[in-house]
Write a protein that binds this ligand. Structure first.
Ligand SMILES: [Ca+2]
Length: 441
């Protein structure tokens, strides 16, 4: 099987755009795209869910290199790690799983040894639950030299199964024990349908190529004819990509206003932007009551002149460390008044000029406004922003949502839970439909 590489993707898209633009002269040339031999690899399993299910879904990749991944053979292949004990569990429908109980240390759980090979990527998944409340469960790889590497985590619940999905990259070859960690040592950890699937770097890249083939690539046939329809003998042509035709953006800072080098680098590459700091409250109102949008205004004008769409970043930032000193020192009542002035000011000013608003930035990690104004503060400001600018998409901007398995605050489930809180608290009572999107830029 053959495929073509990413460089040609933009090439083809640009050609299609020119066709759409309607050339007078129709080119009659068949394009023979170069091809390279595709790496044969197990397809990447993109499936995931943040739902908590009564029965777990099957192990991805049939369990990969895990022995007895679904516990149909009891605890064969698995051992007790640390203190405590393991026992088999069976659901009403006959599904077998394993239970780590009698735990006294976060890592007390079950384990299975695997061999990790240097340079390979390992996709890991498992279905987990705990038998009381909800709490974080992490997959931990204990290397032969003792290092603990976290390979993903999920907020597990009682009474239903949550998908823990993550992975590790092996920078050395090592035996490793796969463990499950919960700081709630009172809780049993239930585990089922575990999977560990290795990929070489080449195989991993082949997944990207497959996605490019599927999502970005299309066949194009050109015909070159004179206006009267006669074919042009020996016609030739060349195509140069002048700009991309898919959403691709980058933040920019105020230096772009004065640096032509920066401008010349940025403008041909990006169609979307956010401002690093210049639209933030701490920049536009350094002294209480003295708003200054001079720099932000100039950057908005620059972006507009160059047809670059702007995501408004941000109305508020939930991190206390990045509040102006005067904001930190306000009483709750004073903060409520100042925050209302801020949101009304910035949203009204740039309404119609931005395509999105980061309303309460990084509110999974931080909660300055909740601490000062109550637990519904984020939700209330989302509602207020929507009220002021209902035609613009509201975003919940975060970091580490999928790329850092050590960060317990920002997993996809927590993200969805926070979104739901915002909707439930501030949107549904106002009968506003859920039509906006969420996600890091
Ligand atoms: Ca099972």
């Amino acid at each position: 099987m053959n495929t073509v590489r990413g460089k040609l993707v933009c090439f083809c898209f640009e050609m299609m755009k020119m066709i759409a633009g309607g050339w007078l002269l129709v080119l009659h040339i068949s394009i023979f795209l170069p091809s390279v031999c595709r790496i044969h690899a197990v397809s990447y399993d993109y499936s995931a869910t943040t739902e908590c299910l009564i029965e777990p879904q099957r192990a991805q990749y049939g369990g990969g290199i895990i022995t007895n991944p679904d516990f149909t053979h009891g605890i064969q292949g698995w051992t007790v790690f640390g203190q405590g004990a393991v026992k088999e569990g069976i659901s009403n429908s006959g599904n077998r799983y394993i239970v780590a109980h009698g735990r006294s240390h976060p890592l007390d759980s079950i384990s299975q040894q695997v061999q990790l090979e240097k340079g390979k990527l390992y996709s890991f998944s498992a279905w987990v639950q705990i038998n009381g409340g909800r709490g974080n469960v992490a997959a931990v790889f204990k290397m032969s030299h003792g290092e603990l590497v976290r390979g993903g985590h999920v907020t597990a619940r009682n009474g239903c199964w949550s998908l823990l999905k993550g992975g590790v990259y092996a920078n050395i070859s090592s035996r490793a024990e796969i463990l499950f960690e919960s700081k709630n040592t009172e809780a049993e950890i239930w585990v089922d349908n575990v999977s560990l699937q290795p990929f070489t770097m080449e195989q991993w890249r082949s997944h990207q190529d497959e996605s490019i083939d599927k999502e970005r690539l299309g066949k194009v046939r050109f015909e070159a004819r004179y206006a009267n329809g006669t074919a042009i003998e020996g016609a030739g042509f060349s195509i140069k990509q002048t700009k991309s035709d898919f959403p691709f953006g980058c933040s920019m800072n105020y230096h772009i206003l004065s640096s032509t080098d920066y401008q010349n680098w940025f403008v041909p590459r990006f169609r979307y932007t956010t401002f690093t700091n210049e639209m933030k409250w701490s920049s536009t109102e350094k002294i209480q009551g003295q708003e200054n949008y001079t720099v932000a205004d100039a950057m908005v004008s620059f972006a507009q002149q160059n047809s670059i769409s702007i995501r408004g970043h941000n109305i508020f930032w939930a991190n206390e460390n990045f509040q102006s000193e005067w904001v930190k020192n306000l009483t709750p009542d004073e903060l409520r008044k100042a925050a209302e002035q801020r949101i009304e000011s910035v949203v009204s000013k740039y309404k119609g000029k931005v395509i999105a608003w980061d309303v309460m930035n990084e509110n999974l990690h931080y909660h300055f406004f909740e601490d000062k104004l109550g637990e519904n503060a984020s939700a209330e400001y989302y509602a207020r922003a929507y009220q002021l600018d209902p035609s613009t998409t509201m975003f919940m901007n975060e970091y580490n949502t999928i790329e850092d398995s050590r960060d317990e605050k920002a997993n996809p489930l927590n993200y969805m839970t926070k979104l739901d809180e915002i909707f439930v608290i501030s949107w549904k009572p106002r009968n506003i439909s859920r039509h906006w999107f969420a996600g890091p830029f």
